[in-house]
Design a protein around this ligand. Structure first.
Ligand SMILES: Cc1cc2nc3c(=O)[nH]c(=O)nc-3n(C[C@H](O)[C@H](O)[C@H](O)COP(=O)(O)OP(=O)(O)OC[C@H]3O[C@@H](n4cnc5c(N)ncnc54)[C@H](O)[C@@H]3O)c2cc1C
Length: 421
């Protein structure tokens, strides 16, 4: 069977691997020069390890990727427990506080004891609760305000939701917060050499299985034939699209009915913008992941990667990420890296206790990187099967209620391949 896998991110790579193992003739088609999609890495001069364009780590319970890595003989995933904290505004300056454990919550200075106990009880409940239909009938904001109280919403959650989802913060379903709490582990994982090592290992496996890999090849159109599909002049029996849904919609106007495609027009997305800053001294001491819980700092987070992974792998340079999820009309999508750095620096200097110098910096943008999990999303998101026989979808919208991640990309790649004999 000739199968085209559209998109060379981790979902596409994994699907191609499983399908080729089953003996199919697989062609993987990717528009970028490099494979890996949103998890792709790069190596600056003097670095031994790759670094992801967007901050990446694993959770200790990301079993799909952990097990798949074992299956393909990849043993470079490791776990550690870096410091994660949140930054809060004070009348004069800012305070950085850990908020990972029940003890941290009890010590949290901005809430009364009753609020803390309430918040702790709901967090404990979410951790053990199975997914309930109820979580799709209420927004995260309403759920958290009602269950934990308004003070807790205002102090703990509001800026985090606004930081991640912007104008959409108020419509995110409670299923998102359930998945977030349920899945999170204090132990975080990384990959020796960076996530790119895993991607490169997979690529080698695909080559071994004789998968045809086409990079730098943007798919512009897909045509349905009586039997099969035509893509870039070649005919395939089956197609698996791992493309972002809006891209798939644009390319399949001649494949699917208007009605089928129309439901996807109700889905909303944000694009990712990440800035990586290389400095002589760290911006943050000790903390790897810093949530910014202040309206006065227009950054969603600051992640000092080299407080998680040894600085020696990056030529002795301290590496920090900051980033945003933005709408299509956001000016950050049109700003160049110097403009973004200039915007970030006053805040990075304010947050940092160190007088650091910027040595280099890198800017990356990822399209349709964050689906908005609202009611429309829960109703209209794509599934593996489509109304057209032999055309399948496996993309990051389908990790719902879990936030997209490489673990789910591996899972989707495997699951879609299981649908094809
Ligand atoms: C800011 C950010 C932080 C993240 N943090 C983490 C994390 O900490 N841990 C974690 O596990 N995951 C994280 N993720 C998520 C993770 O990167 C993704 O879930 C995963 O890489 C998705 O893989 P995918 O193959 O499904 O999609 P993608 O990687 O988006 O792959 C789709 C591919 O399709 C290609 N494509 C698009 N249009 C065309 C076309 N017309 N023709 C051909 N090819 C096309 C794209 O170039 C892309 O390579 C993060 C993502 C972002 C954006």
């Amino acid at each position: 069977m000739k199968i085209a896998v559209l998109g060379g991110g981790i979902t596409g790579l994994t699907a191609a691997y499983h399908l080729s193992k089953k003996g199919h003739q697989v062609t993987l088609i990717e528009k970028e020069k490099v494979l890996g999609g949103l998890a792709v890495g790069f190596k600056a001069k003097g670095w031994d390890w790759h670094l992801e364009r967007a901050y990446h780590h694993l959770f200790a319970n990301d079993y799909d990727i952990i097990n798949f890595a074992k299956e393909i003989g990849f043993n470079k995933i490791f776990f550690r427990t870096p410091v994660t904290s949140s930054l809060y505004e004070e009348p004069r300056g800012y305070k950085i506080l850990p908020l990972d454990t029940p003890i941290d919550l009890l010590r949290f200075p901005y809430l009364g004891l009753i609020d803390k106990l309430r918040a702790g009880a709901i967090l404990a409940f979410l951790k053990v609760s199975p997914f309930l239909g109820f979580y799709e009938r209420v927004t995260s904001e309403d759920f958290l305000k009602i269950s934990m109280g308004k003070n807790v919403w205002n102090r703990l959650w509001q800026t985090l939701f606004r930081g991640k989802f912007g104008d959409y913060a108020g419509i995110i379903l409670a299923s998102f917060i359930w998945a977030r709490i349920n899945k999170r582990t204090k132990k975080l994982g990384y990959i020796e050499g960076g996530f790119q090592e895993f991607i490169d290992h997979l690529i080698e496996k695909l080559k071994g299985e004789k998968v045809t890999i086409m990079t730098d090849h943007e798919i512009m159109d897909i045509k349905k034939r009586r039997e099969g599909f035509t893509i870039s002049g070649k005919v395939y029996d089956k197609v698996i699209s791992t493309l972002p849904t809006p891209v798939m919609v644009r390319l399949t106007k001649n494949v699917f009915s208007k009605k089928y495609l129309e439901k996807f027009s109700k889905l909303k997305y944000l694009h990712a913008v990440t800035l990586i800053i290389e400095t002589d001294k760290p911006i943050l001491n000790e903390t790897y992941w810093l949530n910014i819980c202040s309206d006065k700092i227009p950054l969603m987070l600051l992640a000092q990667h080299t407080n998680f992974i040894d600085i020696k792998h990056y030529g002795g340079r301290n590496i920090a990420y900051t980033g945003w999820y933005v709408k299509g009309d956001d000016k950050k999508l049109r700003m160049d890296k110097k403009q973004i750095l200039e915007m970030v620096m006053p805040y990075a200097r304010k947050i940092s206790k160190n007088k650091f110098k910027v040595i280099d910096y890198h800017l990356f943008k990822g399209a349709f990187a964050q689906p908005i999990f609202d009611r429309e999303f829960a109703k209209n998101r794509p599934g593996f099967k489509t109304p057209i026989k032999n055309f399948y979808v496996a993309n990051l919208d389908m990790t719902y209620p879990y936030d997209r991640g490489t673990n789910y990309a591996v899972k989707l790649g495997r699951e879609v391949s299981e649908m094809i004999r």
